[in-house]
Design a protein around this ligand. Structure first.
Ligand SMILES: Nc1ncnc2c1ncn2[C@@H]1O[C@H](COP(=O)(O)OP(=O)(O)O)[C@@H](O)[C@H]1O
Ligand SMILES: [Mg+2]
Length: 366
């Protein structure tokens, strides 16, 4: 009997080692019997350290998990938590989904409990991206609608002002001409704002072609060079010269890099260092228009500015979010949309007082 049990245990462990979910099995006293390889990776605790101990000991950093296991053993019921955090040794906490179930013997009596731990990192990223894309799409529609509504009467106002100006009798009241000029000038300015908003809502996949990402980055840096010098900001490049060409729309991506470089310079009004780094990434895109997966490169724009407050990190990609007196808050929203159209990603890391790094992942040609 003992031998058969051992054999089943060995076989089960082998199967469980190949599963991507963490699987933990306890006996009816909540003592750990099985701790598979994924559980080792997620918790940072080796199976040899975890098994044979009480769940309370092996999951010392995760009391909520211990409670779930104990409740399952006491009631025979399943419990789940799709929004849990797994505290791990020497690693950042991991977003996970947890499910416990009772392990019955042949007669349906509880032999122990099974816990599965599913890594939700990708899932939550995806949800967050979908939420953001949704929000952008609906705000974009509203903005485009309003812009159109204003544009038409604006054309009328401008036209009428122009006619009035043409009708002005020479030697008539001097001021009228000046007033009409103000109307024309302001109408033109308003028109530019509306065009900007319409541009933003028109971001769609443009023609893609391989291009040299370093020359585009150089152009973005060049455009900000003067402002940087005035602010005492040093510009540094750490390019990987062996990087292949990037696949995408050069003009749109130029706009992305320009926005990031501009933000970085603006984040350092009293000097600092702006570093642009490029290198190969280990990531791949999802399938592109050509039906292939493409390797990604990453361009990092790093500044030593004040950083982004943690409570703002959620909002910086939202249209019209700005913390600047003269900000518009469309730079990052637009950049996000463009990079997403390229099936890339933008990531941001920021530490208050230490600086900010924006990482743009883009597909490589070939
Ligand atoms: N490098 C950076 N350092 C600190 N804060 C930043 C940085 N980049 C962006 N931000 C924050 O994100 C906000 C939105 O940026 P953006 O969309 O470019 O709009 P704007 O520059 O007009 O404010 C900024 O107002 C700022 O609060
Ligand atoms: Mg900006």
């Amino acid at each position: 009997m003992q031998g058969a049990n051992q054999q089943i245990r060995d076989l089960t462990a082998e199967i469980l080692a190949g599963i991507v979910d963490g699987v933990v099995v306890t006996d009816e006293q909540a003592k750990i019997i099985i701790w598979n390889r994924a559980a080792e990776e997620m918790t940072g605790i080796a199976a040899s350290d975890a098994t044979g101990r009480d769940a309370a000991e092996s999951f010392a950093e995760n009391p909520a998990i211990v409670t779930m296991i104990e409740k399952t053993l006491a009631t025979g019921m399943s419990y789940s938590d799709n929004d849990a955090q797994l505290q791990a040794r020497q690693q950042p906490p991991l977003p996970v989904a947890l499910v416990t179930a009772v392990l019955p013997d042949g007669e349906g009596n509880p032999l122990g409990a099974i816990l599965t731990i599913r890594n939700q990192t990708g899932m939550r990223d995806l949800k967050e991206r979908m939420r953001r894309a949704d929000r952008l799409a609906s705000i974009g529609l509203i903005a485009a609608g309003i812009a159109h509504e204003i544009k038409n009467p604006l054309v009328g106002i401008r036209g009428a002002a122009q006619l009035m100006k043409a009708d002005l009798k020479p030697g008539g009241r001097q001021n009228q001409g000046e007033y009409l000029d103000v109307i024309l000038k302001e109408a033109d300015r308003l028109n530019r704002v509306l065009e900007g908003i319409l541009d933003f809502t028109r971001v769609k996949a443009q023609e893609s072609a391989p291009f040299n990402v370093h020359s585009v980055l150089d152009r973005a840096l060049l455009l900000q060079e003067e402002t940087a010098r005035q602010n005492g900001v040093v510009l540094a490049r750490e390019y990987d010269p062996s990087l292949p060409e990037v696949l995408g729309n050069q003009d749109q991506l130029m706009q992305v890099f320009l926005n990031l470089v501009k933000n970085a310079v603006e984040a350092m009004p009293s000097g600092g260092k702006l570093t642009v780094v490029t290198r190969m990434s280990d990531l791949f895109t999802s399938v592109q228009a050509d039906g292939k997966k493409h390797r990604l490169m990453v361009a990092k724009v790093h500044d030593t500015g004040a950083g982004i407050k943690p409570e703002h990190l959620q909002d910086i990609f939202a249209p019209f979010f700005t913390t600047k007196d003269r900000g518009v808050g469309l730079g990052l929203a637009l950049s996000y949309q463009i990079v997403q159209e390229h099936l890339g990603t933008i990531r941001v890391e920021s530490e208050a007082g230490a600086g900010t790094t924006f990482s743009v992942y883009l597909p490589l040609a070939g």
